[in-house]
Design a protein around this ligand. Sequence first.
Ligand SMILES: [Zn+2]
Length: 311
Amino acid sequence: MKKIQCLLCFLLVGLSYSVFAAKLSYLLEPQKIADDTWLLQGKLEDFTRKNGGNIVNTAFIVTEDGVVVFDTGPSKRYGEAMRQVISSITDKPVVHVFNSHHHPDHFLGNQAFNDTKIWALPETGKLIAQHGNAFAENMYRLVGDWMRSTEVQLPTEPLDIAAVPLMAVGKHHFRFFKMVGHSGADLLMLDETTGVLFASDIVFYQRALTTPHTPSLSVWIENLEQLKNWQYNTIVPGHGPVDTTGLAVEQMIDYLHWLDNTLTAAASQGLSMNEVMALPIDERFSGISLTRSEFVRSVFHLYSRYEEASF
Ligand SMILES: [Zn+2]
């Protein structure tokens, strides 16, 4: 009897351990989107204890001279899972990591890459140094144990794109651009060899955009109008599926104009913030996830500016 009890205990402990372990495993599935180029696409969700913050797109390019990584995800655990995926695909070392901007889901996986160069715009490095710990604490609150042992690992290499607009790694030629519309310092990377544009959070697709640090919606729209004229065939948004049709940028511009016009009209009518938050969202955006919650957040972030401007 004792033996059976012991066995039962062992099985239960084993079972609860495996359920626990399974719960905290990101199960990243690499998607090949171009020659040598892999995407880890995040869910079209907000941060939850279920998804562990895996709501962001990260990507890597395998070149003859090593692997180039674009964004490292929301936690140390994510960064480690990403490295495992990379080493399941190639034996090449990771040689360059780029952080697109200072939002936590894009750089908190850096610890898993502390043996390599981590590049970011100089402003992004400063913003991470200033706000990184507060962001990490907030992520602990939002997604819990997935964040265990995650600490801010600062970028090591300031990327001065006036001095280094182009970088060759193996046969791949990467061109860098700075925009400001989403976070004040947004790094975009174009792989001229494959035509893939890693657009950072300047582009969201099928997932409502976020506005906590935008300088203004009109600046963001200007950035996107510029981007429309660049030469690329595939766009990797910061959040949402890859786009080869141009629709992602069109959707962004359309939504930003709608948001800007809605807030302008509401302010000129003297609506309260609560009244604006309850306004209907145009039917044409119904296919985009999280429109209501992000609209409410955007009103919270931006409406007072529109009110001031309307006086
Ligand atoms: Zn993001």
